[in-house]
Design a protein around this ligand. Structure first.
Ligand SMILES: [Zn+2]
Length: 418
């Protein structure tokens, strides 16, 4: 209901406008709905002492001028107060801003998550609109500025854990949660390191990093495609991927769910060996702002999903290949930093190490790394339901487990096949 432009409903008035005011006072808890005999058909049209007291109490609570008269401001506040966030679809309407408690709640929540809707004033203006669109883009929704059921679900899922960590981490987690347990339908960008004139590290047994990373990428692609994953390469044999900035832009452009960059290492001494993974973050835990609401933009100090995937991937690769565990590390490298989705770099083996080169020149090893990657991805999306031991899972087990989860038997265990 839109109030007339100048409005003043006061004690002594009667009619349908009074009935509308009473109705709202009941909704906001200032007036009893019943329990009094005078709430007859006729009485609801009366602006009596009781209504005046209720209006004053409401004005007091809202910091409005306490005069007991329902003027334009009081009317707008009363009208808006009946909405809790989610009761109606909110969007920015140029020329006629929506107002209400739901808008204020929305603004408060945006602030909590590190966005900037401007003043928390319950008025859905352009800044609030901008913040809503930024939120939608961050959790992977269409950034249309409309706060409807889908955006509400994203908010609700985040609210439960908003005290628990950085806004950025929560957004990532929400992204994973919302996309469900299945790999199917996801877009994974695989970035085979180097390429073109840049051959990367060169080592024993004719191993060249640029070729090895592409070879591994193809094996991962084959397995992921079989699971309905949309795999996109940053480069092929014939094309180059450009700089790390270009690679990040590419991944952002295809709106990937995750980026995996494939590399190998070399060390002049020839003694270093093993496998390591890297995710976005600073190694000194908690050294940078952890709540994402500061001036550092949308990104918090570390990617928790990236860290989890880096950790699971490393353990699966080590368990399957016998390569030495060189651990998971937080880095602020361009590709990890500039991608808007979780990104992980896998450095598999030192090409100038006798043992590593021996392993990596065998196709079975690459198959195992590829299998480890797919299992790690699947485990990432299993989330907290993932209780299986590292290195013992095979894709068939995971599929059965996921089917059990989907069919509702929540007690399903992932069987470790020997
Ligand atoms: Zn490299």
């Amino acid at each position: 209901m839109t109030p007339p432009s100048a409005i003043a409903i006061r004690r002594g008035d009667r009619g349908s406008a009074v009935a509308a005011v009473r109705e709202r006072l009941v909704i906001v808890g200032e007036l009893d709905a019943d329990g009094s005999d005078d709430v007859s058909e006729d009485a609801v049209l009366e602006f009596d002492d009781r209504v005046e007291r209720a209006v004053k109490s409401f004005q007091q609570r809202r910091g409005l001028l306490v005069d007991g008269v329902v003027g334009t401001a009081t009317y707008a506040a009363l009208d808006g107060a009946r909405y809790a966030l989610g009761d109606r679809v909110l969007r920015h309407q140029p020329g006629h801003f929506l107002e209400g408690d739901d808008v204020a709640t929305l603004q408060g929540r945006l602030v909590e998550l590190g966005f900037r809707p401007g003043k928390v004033d319950g008025i859905h203006g352009p800044l609030t609109d901008e913040a809503v669109r930024a939120f939608q883009a961050d959790v992977g929704l269409v950034g249309d500025g409309t706060v409807g059921p889908e955006t509400m679900r994203a908010f609700q899922a985040l609210r439960r854990s908003v005290r628990g960590g950085s806004a950025n981490a929560l957004r990532e987690r929400e992204h994973i949660r919302r996309s469900g347990h299945s790999l199917s339908g996801r877009t994974i960008v695989i970035d085979p390191g180097h390429g073109g004139d840049d051959r990367g590290a060169e080592g024993l047994k004719g191993l060249v990093e640029a070729d090895l990373s592409l070879e591994l990428a193809r094996r991962i692609e084959g397995r992921l495609s079989a699971h309905g994953v949309n795999v996109v390469f940053t480069r092929t044999n014939a094309t180059t991927a450009g700089t790390d900035d270009d690679r990040a832009d590419f991944a952002n452009g295809v709106e990937a769910d995750l980026v995996l960059s494939l590399h190998s290492d070399h060390s002049p001494s020839g003694s270093a060996h093993g496998v390591a993974t890297y995710f976005y973050g600073h190694d000194a835990r908690g050294a940078t702002g952890a709540n994402g609401s500061g001036g550092s933009g949308a990104h918090g100090a570390r990617s928790l999903i990236g860290e989890r995937f880096a950790d699971v991937l490393l353990r699966e690769v080590v368990a399957r290949t016998g390569l030495t565990d060189c651990r998971t590390h937080a880095r602020t490298w361009t590709l990890l930093r500039r991608t808007r989705m979780p990104a992980v770099q896998l450095d598999v083996g030192y090409l100038d190490h006798e043992g590593d080169a021996g392993l990596l020149s065998r196709p079975e090893t690459l198959d195992r790394v590829a299998e480890a990657t797919v299992v790690a991805l699947q485990r990432l999306y299993l989330g907290e339901n993932d209780t299986a031991q590292t290195g013992v899972l095979h894709l068939g087990d995971l599929r059965r487990h996921l089917e059990a989860l989907r069919s509702g038997s929540t007690g399903a265990e992932v069987g470790a096949t020997g």
